[in-house]
Design a protein around this ligand. Structure first.
Ligand code: 13P
Length: 257
């Protein structure tokens, strides 16, 4: 107990401009009254500026991020978003989400280049790792996978990253409460193991069917620093309650009991 809890909202490819506006305004209002939680909204890239204008400079513990970034520099790369283009706009970027790996077959080397590109632009990478199916060797496989994508990074650079443990089998298809999350104890065990690859101070968060009702069991775990939230982050009332409940594991917990 006693930490700042990270809550990263991955809106995936959902919502209109109007939806993004209403959701970001609602979260901003909620965050005005909450301490001990850092909330990061990752809208579809087309709404980044809109959301950023709503949260920017308003509240220090509310930030914006992207859901992906190009491994290439700025230049003749049609359709790509180079890190240099969004430096100063986005503070975080999700890299290697399993939906991207499955659908777009990103290689470990590409992920590595994306991480380097983000760090060079002073954008914090939120690096996803997760197994397809739970097994007794999952932890070892995940640690190897993480080590491969981080391979040339120094301990200092590894410490600038956030690691998201997202077991693929626990990720919903976009509907609240449609999939069972991992147990918080198991997620904690994996996070502890991944610290063999990243420094003890590197933040590790859990993602996969996190909602308002179960968030506290995850963020109260000693090796988990927060959560990566999909479906529940698209429903303002659910997400507001989730933020409040996450704050109960923070330094400011006394206020929210
Ligand atoms: P759900 O919370 O909908 O399971 O999604 C998790 C996720 O993929 C966040 O990146």
């Amino acid at each position: 107990m006693g930490k700042t809890v990270l809550v990263v909202a991955n809106w995936k490819s959902n919502g209109s401009l109007a939806d993004a506006h209403v959701l970001a305004m609602g979260v901003r209002n909620e965050c005005e009254h909450i301490d001990g939680v850092q909330v990061v909204l990752c809208p579809p890239a087309v709404w980044l500026t809109e959301v950023r204008n709503i949260v920017h400079d308003q509240i220090h513990h509310l930030a914006v991020g992207l859901q992906d970034i190009s491994s290439e520099p700025a230049g003749a790369y049609t359709g790509e978003i180079a890190a240099a283009l969004v430096a100063g706009l986005a503070q975080f970027v999700i890299i290697g989400h399993s939906e991207r790996q499955r659908l777009y077959r990103e290689s470990d080397e590409q992920l590595h280049e994306k991480i380097r590109a983000a760090l060079t632009a002073s954008i914090t990478p939120v690096i996803c790792v997760g197994e397809q199916q739970q097994s007794s060797t999952s932890k070892v496989t995940l640690a190897r996978q993480l080590d491969r994508v981080l391979h040339t990074l120094t301990a200092t650079q590894r410490n600038q990253c956030i690691i998201a443990y997202e077991p693929v089998w626990a990720i919903s298809k976009g509907k609240l409460k449609s999939t069972r999350p991992a147990s918080a104890e198991y997620a904690n065990e994996v996070a502890e193991y991944l610290h063999r690859v990243v420094p003890a101070t590197t933040k590790i968060i859990y993602g996969g069917s996190v909602d308002a009702a179960n968030v506290l069991t995850f963020v109260a775990q000693p090796h988990l620093d927060g959560v990566l939230v999909g479906a529940a982050s698209l429903h303002l009332r659910e997400f507001s309650t989730l933020i409040k409940n996450a704050a109960k594991a923070s330094d400011h917990a006394d206020k929210y009991r």
